[in-house]
Design a protein around this ligand. Structure first.
Ligand SMILES: *Cc1c(COP(=O)(O)O)cnc(C)c1O
Length: 363
């Protein structure tokens, strides 16, 4: 079988050695005569997988001891609601939540919070068509703010924060779904970090939540159990049946990242991959263009257009002939997008850059 270069935005490409290991183990996990996905989540076999995944997240991201690492269901989208349900009351009477509305995903997070309480958009990219971000020192909590929410990487718009705002005592909350573990992050500067696994960490179905312990302790009593960070923290993410297959695959991806030398080397390769594509755009004399402010271009999702937009379907066709898939832009914005997450090898970005250059030369 010939594996294609997979540029899908999510679910997305996984390391081949991880898929092969799943294939080897899926019928008979460690000689037990049954699969890990048909084993009780209260068994020692699953318990090891579960806690290895958590320990590896702690180690790779250098998560301080005063944080919980939770593995939850419901996708990053459930966190859009859980964050306000658990944190919005922090500032007491008249509390509000601040949102940096930087693009499609931030808008969704903001939309859910709005349904649950008072919200402020401390930045709204609408006027610039979501092609730029605010300077980090312009992001200040409003008075009575319970938390400030940012989206570290806008998967659809192709924008990425390069520095972090300082929100003082007000917790900084970040949706890192599409760039978690693609670079080093000072976890101690955040109150909550959450990320669906299906971009950089594994298959869909599990969401990683890194939350400061004192924040988790303040989940309101009136919340249904599943929606309470405090309950999940107390039960070490075994409150109910976890998404065992996804956690298992996540644990293998994390082990693989560790074997490859951790986040440092990944960060460097990710930088090189993005540079290959942005350079091909820059060198094309306007044949391609990237609409995103240069200062905030994403290293995970490279969005671009062909000046003559009618050529875009032809480009996709050629890419497909060269075994490159998933390059169509999100249905809401059109154009082209190359998602080059952790598991995309440098050779994949090189192949795409080569095709971009030859396509432009021939047209
Ligand atoms: C994909 C994505 C989401 C949604 O994740 P689900 O797991 O599908 O709910 C949220 N935020 C960002 C930044 C994403 O890239």
């Amino acid at each position: 079988m010939k594996r294609k270069y997979n540029f899908y935005a999510g679910p997305s490409t996984l390391p081949l050695p991880v898929l092969e290991e799943i294939q080897r183990e899926i019928l008979d996990y460690k000689g037990n005569g049954l699969s890990i996905i048909e084993t009780s989540h209260r068994s020692t076999e699953y318990d090891e997988v579960h806690h290895e995944a958590i320990a590896h997240i702690r180690e790779l991201l250098e998560v301080p001891d005063n944080y919980h690492v939770l593995l939850l269901g419901g996708g990053a989208s459930l966190q859009f609601g859980m964050v306000p349900l658990n944190l919005l009351h922090f500032a007491g009477e008249g509390a509000c939540a601040d949102y940096v509305v930087s693009g499609s995903w931030a808008k969704k997070a903001y939309g859910d919070a709005k349904k649950l309480g008072t919200t402020n958009a401390v930045f709204d990219g609408r006027e610039t068509n979501y092609m730029t971000l605010p300077a980090t020192d312009a992001i200040k909590p409003s008075s009575g703010s319970s938390y400030v929410h940012i989206t570290s990487n806008e998967t659809i718009g192709g924008l990425q924060f390069q520095e972090w705002p300082d929100t003082g005592d007000v917790p900084l909350v970040a949706d890192m779904s599409s760039d978690i573990m693609s670079r080093r992050v000072p976890v101690e500067r955040f109150g909550v970090i959450y990320a669906g696994a299906q971009k950089n960490l594994g298959p869909a179905g599990v969401t990683v939540v890194i939350i400061r312990k004192d924040i988790a302790e303040r989940s309101p009593e009136h919340l249904p159990d599943y929606l309470s960070y405090r309950i999940h923290a107390e039960k070490e993410s075994l409150f109910n049946t976890p998404p065992v297959f996804s956690v298992y695959a996540l644990s293998l991806v994390l082990r693989y990242i560790k074997q490859q030398g951790g986040i440092g080397p990944l960060e460097e390769t990710n930088r090189v991959k993005a540079e290959l594509l942005y350079q091909a755009i820059a060198d094309s004399d306007g044949f391609y263009r990237c609409p995103v402010d240069k200062r905030y271009r994403s290293r995970m999702n490279v969005v671009f257009r062909i000046a003559d937009e009618s050529l875009e379907p032809l480009f996709l066709e050629e890419a497909s002939k060269h075994d490159m898939v998933g390059l169509k832009g999100h249905r809401s914005v059109g154009g082209l997008r190359a998602s080059i997450y952790n598991a995309m090898p440098q050779a994949g970005a090189e192949a795409l850059a080569t095709l971009m250059r030859s396509f432009a030369a021939r047209r």
